[in-house]
Design a protein around this ligand. Structure first.
Ligand SMILES: [Fe+2]
Length: 239
């Protein structure tokens, strides 16, 4: 299924990681250029109805998470999802390790296999990449994505639908909870095939006495019309 890929021939290699890291450090969220072609996005989106590819489905309203549903891919992951996860990990790990050093936290392995060994030792065996689907009235409450003791601090969400064409509303919303200050919102509207890189839980922010751990939560504002699909790539596995 890997004919005519663009940057995803080796996803991540065509990206300006220095610029993405600078943007992450500045605002907490970085938007990539289109990494997936519209055809790739349509292919990924079409997987949603193939039950055999998924290990579990979450109907968000049942848990008061929001309105919409999402499905976690089962092992083995579809080739494109596996490739994205493997190829995006090493440059993200270099950023994560600079963050870890600033926060006095332990460093992460250089490759995804190393991270997954660490996950397995903590009882985290189940894959976490997922596809989320929202219809009119859909939304996702602000949250973080922690699935066990091993948490890789960055994740990537790929927009699979075209804003204004496939759906209206449905902005990507981020809120940074600054200690003893009011929270800072970030609202983004990535185009089809673009990725959003953002913290799973927190990031280092410079303060008067060195770097501080600042929590960030993410969610989705109400979809007004149409359908909005996103591929979420979280790097640690789940219990
Ligand atoms: Fe999430």
């Amino acid at each position: 299924m890997h004919d005519q890929m663009t940057i995803t021939d080796t996803p991540g290699t065509g990206l300006d990681w220095a610029a993405l890291e600078a943007e992450l450090d500045r605002s907490g969220v970085a938007v990539t250029p289109p990494i997936l072609t519209p055809a790739r996005c349509a292919e990924l989106l079409a997987l949603y109805d193939r039950d055999e590819l998924f290990r579990s489905t979450v109907v968000m309203s049942r848990h008061a998470f929001g309105e919409g549903d999402y499905r976690y891919f089962a092992d083995p992951l579809p080739g494109l999802v596996r490739d994205l996860r493997e190829h995006l990990y090493p440059p993200l790990a270099r950023i994560a390790n600079r963050w870890a050093a600033r926060l006095g936290e332990a460093a992460f392995p250089d490759d995804l296999a190393g991270l997954h060994e660490r996950c397995a030792a903590a009882g985290q065996h189940r894959p976490t990449p997922l596809v989320l689907r929202y219809g009119p009235g859909g939304y996702n409450c602000l949250h973080q994505d922690v699935y066990g003791d091993v948490t890789f601090p960055l994740q990537v969400a790929f927009m699979l639908s075209a804003p204004d064409t496939d759906f209206t509303g449905g902005e990507s919303v981020f809120v940074e909870q600054r200690p003893r200050q009011q929270s800072r919102p970030v609202v983004l509207r990535p185009g089809v095939g673009q990725g959003l890189i953002f913290p799973v839980r927190h990031r280092p922010v410079p303060g008067a006495r060195g770097f501080r751990r600042v929590a960030m939560r993410h969610g989705v504002s109400e979809i007004r019309s149409g359908r909005r699909h996103v591929l979420g790539v979280v790097f640690h596995n789940a219990r």
